[in-house]
Design a protein around this ligand. Structure first.
Ligand SMILES: [Zn+2]
Length: 303
């Protein structure tokens, strides 16, 4: 094809890692139930905000011990009356009241409803970002154990997607991973607030927990082999980095947009701004390692 940019042989020879979920029986996009009891401790309520970035919509989780009469809300999501209705019905159906709101990270699709709904339920918001929790909230510290709704919830630092990202480990061994790991595809490392090195460390941290399941901020729950998905995420980052290096040379600088065009040729253009953030985040890691030079006119290998 004449309009396709020529790519070096080294780039064309790279082999993408296989996503283990391609062999799993996951619901098709748009096919997730609105409310689903994932296990005795955890119920998921899907928000009505599907998009290219939010997949099926934001997943809001209710966590609490059956019989405690209480539940914690994790990632309330968009401040949408239809979503509040869904969440309120799920609480009523389980005969529980909301006792706290936890937020994985400050992005709007997870945090917008935190303050209005905490006022609605008369409870506190807890998160890593002081801007999310409001004047009455509580800043969460990495590694702390929260005793809430008759159960124990571990606060797992998972910076990378963005600086304030947390995951929450529930007593069953399942981990609520927010946007650190998604139910479909891979996550974006935002730039400049995200950090690929931190992201990889966070993947390792969740891996070392030996999660029994991953409950993502978007897309279906990952229960079949969660550790295989974490492996795939690590290999996927390595693959993207190899692709970038294979496209660069040490004499001519290339604009980042040209790298995105080639690496993400098969991805809808509407997702290229996010792809460019992930590419810039990968370049920041390579630059820190002294392997590339990033300037206004473009990127080149350090010769
Ligand atoms: Zn999100």
């Amino acid at each position: 094809m004449s309009d396709m940019p020529a790519v070096p042989q080294g780039f064309a020879d790279l082999v993408a890692p296989v996503d283990p979920r391609s062999a799993w029986d996951l619901p098709a996009p748009g096919g997730m139930p609105t409310t689903a009891a994932l296990e005795p401790l955890v119920t998921r309520v899907l928000a009505p905000n599907p998009s290219g970035m939010t997949l099926d919509g934001t997943n809001t989780y209710l966590v609490g011990k059956p019989g405690s009469g209480e539940a914690v809300l994790v990632d309330p999501g968009p401040d949408d009356p239809a979503h509040l209705n869904r969440v309120s019905s799920a609480l009523a159906d389980r005969d529980v009241r909301c006792v706290a709101v936890l937020v994985t990270h400050h992005h709007w699709d997870h945090a917008e409803a935190a303050l209005p709904w905490s006022a609605h339920f008369g409870v506190q918001v807890a998160a890593a970002d002081p801007a999310v929790i409001g004047p009455q909230g509580r800043v969460l510290r990495p590694g702390e154990q929260l005793s809430l709704a008759g159960t124990s919830i571990g606060v797992v630092p998972t910076a990378g997607h963005c600086w304030d990202h947390l995951a929450f480990r529930v007593e069953s061994g399942a981990v609520l991973v927010g946007d650190h790991v998604l139910g479909r595809g891979t996550s974006v490392v935002t730039h400049p607030e995200g950090d690929v090195v931190a992201y990889l460390e966070s993947l390792r941290r969740v891996y070392d927990l030996g999660p029994s399941a991953l409950y993502p901020g978007h897309g279906p729950e990952l229960t079949e082999d969660p550790v295989a998905v974490l492996d795939f995420y690590r290999l996927h980052r390595d693959f993207r980095e190899q692709q970038i290096v294979a496209l660069l040379s040490d004499d001519a600088a290339q604009p980042v947009s040209a790298l995105v065009e080639v690496i993400y040729a098969a991805v809808p253009r509407s997702l290229w701004p996010a792809a460019e953030q992930s590419t810039r985040a990968a370049l920041a890691k390579l630059e820190r390692q002294g392997r590339v030079h990033v300037a206004l006119e473009g990127v080149r290998l350090v010769g």
